[in-house]
Write a protein that binds this ligand. Structure first.
Ligand code: FE2
Length: 424
């Protein structure tokens, strides 16, 4: 048998020695120290680390790369970001949204991200962004899995025709039901929005991913309602709470009640360290709160946590290249997760845990999984986070779809060239 692709000299998790990875017809056929079959293409990984592809669990593709349009966010706050977005909205065109979103997906692929869950604003009467992102999902489907969440940015109850527009977006083919309960007019309306949206998801057999408690308000507890509705409607494992930043400020005793309920409901939590480190705590005098969900404690309670980039160069976040290793690098610091095992858990948050959140099938490096992987210029998960190194090869269904050359500094202090390699 002739393989389509054979990767040799690969370092993978859980194997002390180098392995070879055989790919045929878009699937991984075998992972072993030595594979005898010949292959149409062979890649020498040179001992570098091979990972399943990275997954972004939370992105806003419709706002991406719009930074500076029509003006820059001078205060860096969420509220100024919302105002700027409102100013840009009337002049948005489908062509411009598509061009920016497509460019971002190219960046994603170059960084080894082969699945992205993106929210798309459904509170615009024309549903222009919904149309554009559905089209892009079709065009890019052979290269990247794009899940779309119907996201009522201005509140499903607070905005005019919010529910009707959201339903129309789902009719058009958007995959998940979203929400933003903390932005509804009152706490009660927030609760009501969660009930209605979860019922809608249950009726249509869809997953749910809500922006939830994205504030520094210790009393914002919509995650409790989302957990309750998940259990009431039998949606266990199919619901995600995104952001959950108020959890940072919640009363500690209350959290001891909340976490077991979230675990029972199979709640998925999506943490966005880059953006929430930027946006939260803005109203605080010193000391300023970090405003991230309690990731180490959630993991200890058996709750699935994955990570999102959230924004890339838009009114809310002026930085980023859509590198998920940058996201967990920030997480390692901001969440106090620099321990060796904690870094491994962060890496899971952009790979296996994220695959669970997105409900992806055939994910991983085991035989039978999709032949999707990334070869990085590093030797371990921890080194990937430390270096955020070159993604040497990005492979989708057994085909190389992106390459980045190895990077090395060449130092010359007058004694001849010395190659500097930052790997251990
Ligand atoms: Fe978000």
């Amino acid at each position: 048998m002739v393989l389509d692709l054979l990767i040799i000299n690969a370092t993978i998790c859980g194997q002390k020695d180098l392995v070879q990875i055989a790919c045929k017809e878009g699937k991984i056929l075998e992972v072993a120290p030595k594979i005898e079959s010949s292959a149409k293409e062979t890649i020498d990984a040179k001992g570098f680390f091979v990972s399943p592809p990275f997954i972004d669990s939370h992105l806003h593709l419709d706002t991406t790369l719009s930074m500076g349009m029509p003006r820059f966010n001078r205060t860096g706050t969420l509220l100024e970001g919302i105002r700027i977005w409102g100013e840009l909205k009337p002049s948005l065109t489908p062509e411009a949204i598509k061009e920016r979103a497509k460019k971002l997906l190219y960046w994603s692929i170059a960084k080894g991200n082969l699945a992205v869950r993106s929210h798309v604003d459904t509170t615009d009467e024309s549903l222009m962004a919904v149309n554009v992102l559905l089209e892009l999902r079709r065009e890019m489907k052979d290269f990247i899995d794009l899940q779309l969440v119907a996201f009522p940015q201005d509140g499903v109850l607070r905005s005019k025709n919010g529910m009707a527009l959201l339903k129309r977006a789902l009719d058009m083919g958007v995959d998940l039901v979203g929400g933003i309960p903390h932005f509804e007019r009152t706490m009660d309306q927030g609760k009501e929005s969660i009930r209605l949206l979860c019922e809608l998801a249950e009726q249509r057999g869809l997953m749910v991913d809500m922006h939830c408690d994205e504030s520094d308000d210790p009393h914002s507890r919509h995650i409790e309602t989302l957990t309750h509705e998940t259990q009431r409607l039998g949606l266990e494992g199919r619901v995600a709470g995104s952001h959950l930043t108020s959890m940072h400020s919640m009363d500690n005793y209350y959290v001891t009640k909340l976490f077991p309920l979230m675990a029972e409901a199979g709640m998925n939590c999506i943490c966005n360290p880059l953006v929430n480190m930027n946006l939260q705590g803005r109203h605080d005098a010193y000391p300023k709160r970090r405003g991230l969900m309690r990731v180490p404690e959630l993991l200890a309670a058996g709750i699935n946590v994955s990570f999102g980039h959230d924004d890339v160069m838009d009114p809310w976040y002026p930085m980023g290249t859509h590198d998920m290793l940058e996201v967990v690098h920030m997480g390692a610091h901001a969440l106090h997760m620099t321990g060796v095992d904690q870094q491994a858990a962060l890496f899971d948050g952009i790979t296996f845990n994220a695959a669970k959140t997105l409900n992806l099938e055939n994910y991983g490096l085991a035989p039978g999984c999709n032949a999707d992987m990334v070869i990085l210029q590093a030797s371990s998960r921890q080194e990937c986070i430390r270096l955020r190194p070159a993604r040497l090869f990005v492979i989708r269904r057994g085909k190389v779809i992106s390459r980045t050359p190895e990077t090395r500094a060449i130092i010359n202090l007058g004694f001849g060239d010395t190659n500097i390699d930052f790997c251990l």
